[in-house]
Design a protein around this ligand. Structure first.
Ligand code: ADP
Ligand code: MG
Length: 394
């Protein structure tokens, strides 16, 4: 825990404040489980602080590998530590201001993605109190979001939540399980200049309990679906989205609205990309074992390589279409890369550490999302204010 919380690491967590950075990358290492302990497994990771992870490969002739990130959460870090230091609070503040934000967990199956987002298995479904210390980032974020709203009584907020799953490139509404038989379509909206899921059930959330109910219902439906199919959760992605419409009075006669969003994404196990690639097909031909995860990898690789900008294949998978506006353009992204501490997981751990290091290079400047009409009104109003100010100086 010390490395994740030392002063220098806390300090580096503020890099998102630069308006150049739109991605924050943190690492979370889960504790050894009972099985690993009883087998006498060795811990191969070291955390010297300053956002670094050292991976001791132990192989003859191979040096230890050093990786750097914004923050590293050691196995003893609590769910509360993750909320405080991973950077999610800034994303939520930005969602309230009208940005599109995404927090996603990446890592091999069993590395702690679901634990980080929603806590130990069954906790949410059991209807545990929202203030249980075991709750993950999603419930904690809901609580923080409502605090932010209460601190802004001058604005009127409308929150709408949805919860979907992408399995085998099919979009299933976790709030409407009937869609498992008739998957939903992802379409482009000219008005909002972003992709959306047609006929997705959205729930108006006036109170904190409404958001919890959405999470609980979706998690229940997901676990029902997964009984039918082994290893279902390691192959599918879930996306829980909260849209935040904020109406604020520019002056007595004009009201403007911003449209922010926060997505929480629990990705399929990262070991799935290899299975996709092992088919030997090109990106266009790749079968759907996990096209979305593979395309996300391509998008991140290209976004992080400044020279290749302009050819980012968001349109090549359902997931990247839905995350496009936060990955580039008008959003901010938090990547939580989850890893296991033991030697038996070393090759997946190194893959995850590399993927996360690549994502950290992405740079772009987020912009607020507003209706075109509102943006025009606001810019005209600003001009009028400037003219007024100039007049007063004359
Ligand atoms: P994933 O979603 O990546 O497949 P899980 O989140 O289901 O992995 O984690 C696998 C198991 O390890 C679960 O029983 C989970 O509760 C436990 N676990 C994961 N991370 C932690 C942690 N930080 N502290 C305690 N237990 C954890
Ligand atoms: Mg999981």
């Amino acid at each position: 825990r010390a490395a994740s919380l030392d002063r220098s690491t806390r300090g580096s967590n503020t890099t998102l404040n630069s308006d150049e950075d739109n991605i924050n990358v943190v690492i979370r290492i889960r504790p050894m489980n009972d099985k690993e302990k009883s087998c006498g497994e060795k811990q191969i990771l070291e955390f010297p602080g300053k956002g670094q992870v050292i991976c001791h490969t132990d192989a003859p002739g191979q040096k230890s590998k050093v990786f750097s990130y914004n923050v590293v959460f050691e196995p003893a870090a609590t769910q509360e530590d993750v909320l405080e230091y991973c950077g999610i609070k800034r994303l939520l503040e930005m969602a309230v201001e009208g940005f599109s934000c995404t927090a996603f967990c990446y890592g091999q199956t069993g590395s702690g993605k679901t634990h980080t987002l929603t806590g130990p298995p069954g906790l949410v479904e059991s209807g545990a109190s929202p203030y249980s210390p075991e709750h993950g980032l999603v419930v904690r974020s809901f609580v923080y979001l409502f605090r932010l709203i209460q601190e802004r009584p001058e604005s009127h907020f409308i929150l709408k939540a949805s919860f979907l799953e992408i399995y085998n490139e099919k979009v299933i509404d976790l709030l409407n399980p009937g869609t498992a038989r008739k998957p939903l379509q992802v379409r482009w909206s000219k008005d909002s200049r972003s992709f959306y899921v047609e006929n997705l059930f959205t729930v108006d959330c006036e109170e904190l309990d409404d958001l919890f109910a959405v999470l609980e219902e979706g998690m229940r439906n997901r676990s029902v679906g997964s009984h039918a199919m082994n290893a279902h959760s390691s192959r599918s992605h879930t996306v829980l989205s909260v849209r935040v419409r904020r109406e604020l009075r520019a002056d007595a006669s004009v009201t403007c609205a911003t449209h922010g969003k926060i997505n929480f994404v629990d990705l399929a196990g990262s070991e799935m990309t290899k299975r996709t690639q092992s088919t030997g097909k090109t990106l266009e031909e790749a079968n759907n074992i996990n096209r979305s995860l593979m395309v996300l990898g391509y998008c991140i690789a290209q976004l992080s390589d400044g020279k290749k900008r302009g050819h980012i294949p968001y349109r090549d998978s359902k997931l990247t279409k839905l995350l496009a506006d936060s990955l580039a353009g008008n959003g901010v992204t938090l990547m939580i890369a989850c890893i296991a501490p033991t030697k038996s997981n070393i090759s997946e751990t190194i893959n995850t550490l590399r993927y996360a290091a690549r994502a950290k290079k992405i740079k772009s400047k987020p912009i607020v999302k507003m209706d075109a009409r509102d943006a025009l009104i606001l810019s005209l109003k600003r001009e009028v204010d400037v003219l007024h100010a100039e007049n007063q100086h004359l």
